[in-house]
Ligand binder design. Structure first.
Ligand code: MLZ
Length: 266
C-alpha cells in the first residue's frame, strides 16, 4: 500500500504554490459525468481532427470518458472531458450538414464504411443529448501561469493518468508541463488553455485517481521517507520528487553538491 498523496503536505514540503484556478480552462466545479460504458456518441478523430466519427464509451474516470472509435482498433483509445466540444450526441454531424467518417486506420475496406456505420448504430445505446454539457468553459484571457506553479496534468504518454506536475517554462501562449519525480521523458508543451491540465485538487473533486509523484531523478530518494504520502509509517521526510522551479531550501545544497545529478532545473 503506497499511501495517499496529500497536496497539502507536498506543497508545504516543497514550498511551492498551486497555480490558481483562474489560470485554467476548466469549470470551477468539475462537470458531472452521467455517461455509461457502451454508450455511443460522435467524436472528432484525434488523429484526423477534421473528421467526425462514431465513438463508444469504453471507460469512465472522474469527469472524463475513455473513447474508442467504432471501426478502429483498441490501441488508440483517447480520453475526453464530458464538457469537451469535441464530443457530441449522435445526429449532430448530420444536422450540421456533415457526414460521419471512418476513423483513420479503419479496419475494413473503405467501401464497406456505409454498411459498417449502419450496423454499428443499429440497436446501439446512444448517449442522450441531455448528458452533454452545452458549453466548454471559456479560455482565460491570457496565460497567467508562472514557472514553478503546481498543477495536475494528463500524462500524454499514459493518458489515463493524471499526475502532479510543475510549470517548467513559459513560451508565449504555451506552458511546459513537467512531471514531479520523473525525468523529462513525459514533459510536453501545451497551450495555457489546454483541457489536459487542471488545478490542484481537481482529482479529489472528480474522484479521479491522482498518481503520486515519481521517485526518479535522485539516488538519495530511496533513503528518504515521504511526508506527503499519508497512511505510510515513518516520520516526516523530504519529498522524493524532482524539484522544479522554486526549490525547497533544504534541497538546494544537495542539488548543488551533485553537479552530475540528472535533475533538470529550469
Ligand atoms: N509505466 C510507466 C508509467 C509512467 C507514468 C509517468 N507519469 C508521469 C513507466 O513507469 O514508465
Amino acid at each position: 500500500y503506497q499511501g495517499h498523496f496529500s497536496w497539502e503536505k507536498y506543497l508545504k514540503e516543497t514550498g511551492a504554490v498551486a497555480a490558481p484556478p483562474h489560470c485554467f480552462r476548466q469549470s470551477t466545479t468539475p462537470p458531472v459525468n452521467e455517461f455509461k460504458a457502451g454508450m455511443k456518441l460522435e467524436a472528432q478523430d484525434p488523429r484526423n481532427t477534421t473528421s467526425t466519427c462514431i465513438a463508444t464509451v469504453v471507460g469512465l474516470t472522474g469527469s472524463r470518458l475513455r473513447l474508442r472509435l467504432d471501426g478502429s482498433d483498441n490501441k488508440n483509445d483517447f480520453w475526453r472531458l464530458v464538457d469537451s466540444s469535441e464530443i457530441q450526441p449522435i445526429g449532430n454531424c448530420e444536422k450540421n450538414g456533415g457526414m460521419l467518417q471512418p476513423p483513420l486506420g479503419f479496419r475494413l475496406n473503405a467501401s464497406s464504411w456505409p454498411m459498417f456505420l449502419l450496423k454499428t448504430l443499429n440497436g446501439a445505446e446512444m448517449a442522450p443529448a441531455r448528458i452533454f454539457h452545452k458549453q466548454e468553459p471559456p479560455a482565460p484571457e491570457q496565460n497567467s501561469f508562472q514557472v514553478g506553479m503546481k498543477l495536475e496534468a494528463v500524462d500524454r504518454k499514459n493518458p489515463h493518468f493524471i499526475c502532479p506536475a510543475t510549470v517548467g517554462a513559459l513560451r508565449g501562449v504555451e506552458v511546459l508541463i513537467t512531471f514531479d519525480g520523473w525525468r523529462g521523458a513525459f514533459d510536453y508543451y501545451c497551450r495555457y488553455d489546454s483541457r489536459d491540465i487542471f488545478p490542484v485538487g481537481w482529482c479529489a473533486l472528480t474522484g479521479d485517481n491522482l498518481q503520486p509523484p515519481g521517485t526518479k531523478g535522485a539516488d538519495y530518494s530511496k533513503s528518504l521517507s515521504t511526508a506527503w504520502l499519508e497512511g505510510t509509517i515513518g516520520g516526516p521526510g523530504r519529498p522524493i520528487s524532482k524539484p522544479r522551479g522554486k526549490l525547497p531550501a533544504s534541497w538546494s545544497q544537495k542539488v548543488q553538491q551533485n553537479p552530475t545529478d540528472p535533475i533538470k532545473i529550469p
